[in-house]
Every structure is written in structure tokens, then in C-alpha cells.
Design a protein around this ligand. Structure first.
Ligand code: SF4
Length: 357
């Protein structure tokens, strides 16, 4: 594995770098709802929502979440069903469940407040080094780094490093380097400036906007024409593919749903009944028979795909108009309106929800 070089006068003029980056940030910072009032709670919620999710998607979710659950105490006491509904569409639902668990710990052990130290923050469920660094620096002014994929990419390009940025040891070393570069008077601004640079200028997949970059005079990959090949990322292994058959069953104005188990993927969320593998119409009829549901019409549904971080669901299905005994059934029967307003159904099923329009 390629080793990272440390910082030196020759590799980076830190003072000038800080000045160039921050001058740019103060003129170009993105206007975001959690920035105008960076309460620790707001920074925490926004950073958790932003994991794997774009800023534009997060903004309306953040605003609604904060208006419904304005404090850590309110989050600690929220009904799980309501919490999952607020999260519906953001994906990675464990993030929401961890928020609630962490809020309960904060209420029980920290008078409902977030601690300011990175080490203490990292003891809370769902908070890793990046999120802890972001909260500590932005909300509490602690001079600690917040290194995510964006910052790793910028650092690798600045230093012309060919080390694999997916490697845990390299990430740790990059964190140490950013700690040495951080502007100690305003660490939160420094970290947010790097975040904005990564999101708007030093872009992944495709051309970074180097001619508009405020730190291009410091960047070795730019100077040496290597921005297309740096950063180096050793690809993770391919995702597993799960084939599924989904049943959208409609009877007397109601749709059949069932609740997922408490463990594993998408815990405690609601879903359309589904089975592993691609089923034929005959297998579908047998399934309905076992469920004591009399089909009146069965229509195949076109394939849809949903990608999780480590697996993909490839789903076919059947839309079934049926005569079912709604009071004696393994399923929960809901109207479309209830589906929209009360039941948290993961985005994986969004093509099937559309069929219920
Ligand atoms: Fe990224 Fe280009 Fe700026 Fe270097 S000059 S940090 S590659 S945008």
C-alpha cells in the first residue's frame, strides 16, 4: 500500500492554505438551515441526515424533523412509528433508530444535552469519528477534524497521494494531517469550508472545477495534471443481489401490508408482502390460497430495482385484486391515505406504492 507523506513546508503552506480556503468560504458558503443557528442538536440531526444523502434532499426533511421534534427530549420520547414516518424516503433507517437511542441516553445521563468532547460523542449510538468531529467543531468550537469522503478526496489531490482512501489506516492518517491543518480560531468554519469545497468545487466522478478552486495554488494533483486519477479508491466487493416477488394485494378499498422484523435490513418498517426469488403466477395463486385470499385478477408488475450499500433488490411482482376476509388475515389492511400518512414504507417499494394511486 502506498504510504502517505506527512505535511511539510514543501508539501503545503498551511497558513496561506487556511486563509485562501476561509476567504472563499466566507464569500461562498452554502446557506443551510442548520447553519444559521448551529445548535448542537441541529448540527447532529443534519449530519446524520447528510450521511449518504444529498443536501437538497435533506433540507425539507431537516426542517420538518426539527419542527416536529424540536429538542433532544422530544426525540427521546417520540413514538417509533412517528420517527420512521419522519424518516421515510431518506433510507438507512437505522440512522433514525440510533438517533432516538442516543437521545434517550442523553436525557438519562447528560441532562438532555450533547457533550462537547469527541470521545464522549463517539460513545453515542450512530456517532462515528466524522460526525463527532463535525458536532464538536461546528457547535462547540473544538479544534478537531471532520473527515468524510469529500475531505479525503480533497486531501489526496492536494498532497498528490495515491494511497487508497477506502483503507481504514489511510483514513486515520488523513485525519491526523487535517488536525495539523485546522484553523484553530474557527475550526467549525474550516471544516465546513472543506465540506463545501468537496461538494461544489473539488467534485468526484468527473472534472473538479480546478480553475475556480480557491486552493488550486496549493494543489499538487492539479499542478501535475493528475486530478483524473487521484484519489485512488480500491473498489469494494460487488453487492449481493436479492431477487424478490412483491404482492400488491387490493381488496375492498384496502391494501395488504405487513411489518418487517426488528432486526436486519429496514427494521420495523412496513412492506408489501413479498417472497424470495421470482415467482410464477401459479406460485402466486398458491401463496394467495394459503393466505385464504381469493384472487379476482392478477396482473404482473414490471421489474424494479433498489440499491442498498451492500446489496441490491431486484423485484418483480403481481398486482392482485382480490376478495379477502380483512378481519381474519395475516396482513394489516390499510387505505392508500393511511399508507401515506401513518405507515412508514421504505423507498425500496416506491414503484409499488405508485401502483396504489
Ligand atoms: Fe480539487 Fe482541483 Fe482544487 Fe485541487 S485544484 S483541490 S483537484 S478542485
Amino acid at each position: 500500500m502506498e504510504k502517505l507523506a506527512g505535511l511539510s513546508e514543501e508539501s503545503l503552506n498551511i497558513n496561506q492554505f487556511q486563509q485562501d480556503l476561509l476567504n472563499w468560504y466566507y464569500e461562498n458558503a452554502r446557506v443551510l438551515p442548520w447553519r444559521s443557528d448551529p445548535k448542537p442538536y441541529y448540527v447532529w440531526i443534519s449530519e446524520i441526515m447528510l450521511q449518504q444523502t444529498r443536501v437538497e434532499t435533506v433540507i425539507p426533511y431537516f426542517t420538518k424533523f426539527i419542527s416536529e421534534l424540536p429538542t433532544i427530549k422530544a426525540l427521546a420520547g417520540v413514538e417509533e412509528e412517528k420517527l420512521l414516518k419522519l424518516w421515510q424516503g431518506l433510507g438507512y433507517y437505522n440512522r433514525a433508530l440510533n438517533l432516538k437511542r442516543a437521545a434517550q441516553i442523553l436525557v438519562e445521563e447528560h441532562q438532555g444535552q450533547l457533550p462537547s468532547a469527541v470521545k464522549e460523542l463517539m460513545l453515542l449510538p450512530g456517532i462515528g469519528a466524522y460526525t463527532a468531529g463535525a458536532i464538536a467543531s461546528i457547535a462547540f468550537g473544538e479544534a478537531v477534524p471532520a473527515v468524510d469522503g469529500n475531505v479525503l478526496r480533497i486531501m489526496a489531490r492536494l498532497l498528490e497521494s495515491r494511497a487508497d482512501i477506502n483503507n481504514a489506516k489511510v483514513k486515520k492518517e488523513m485525519q491526523t494531517l487535517v488536525s495539523q491543518m485546522i484553523f484553530k480560531e474557527h475550526p467549525g468554519d474550516f471544516n465546513q469550508a472543506l465540506m463545501d469545497l468537496g461538494a461544489t468545487v473539488c467534485l468526484p466522478n468527473g472534472e473538479p472545477k480546478c480553475d475556480k478552486c480557491p486552493v488550486n495554488t496549493h494543489c499538487r494533483a492539479y499542478k501535475n495534471g493528475l486530478t483524473a486519477t487521484i484519489p485512488v479508491k480500491v473498489e469494494k466487493k460487488a453487492r449481493n443481489i436479492d431477487k424478490k416477488t412483491v404482492f400488491v394485494i387490493f381488496s375492498k378499498g384496502y391494501y395488504a401490508l405487513r411489518k418487517r422484523g426488528a432486526g436486519g435490513l429496514l427494521p420495523n418498517l412496513w412492506e408489501f408482502p413479498n417472497e424470495e426469488g421470482y415467482w410464477t403466477e401459479n406460485q402466486c395463486r398458491n401463496f394467495l390460497d394459503k393466505m385464504r385470499i381469493l384472487p379476482e385478477k392478477i396482473v404482473p408488475i414490471k421489474t424494479s430495482k433498489h440499491i442498498f450499500s451492500h446489496r441490491e433488490w431486484h423485484m418483480k411482482g403481481f398486482f392482485i385484486i382480490a376478495d379477502a376476509d380483512l378481519n381474519h388475515s395475516d396482513f394489516t389492511w390499510v387505505t392508500k391515505e393511511e399508507m401515506d400518512n401513518q405507515y412508514s414504507i421504505p423507498t425500496a417499494f416506491k414503484e409499488f406504492i405508485k401502483l396504489c394511486e
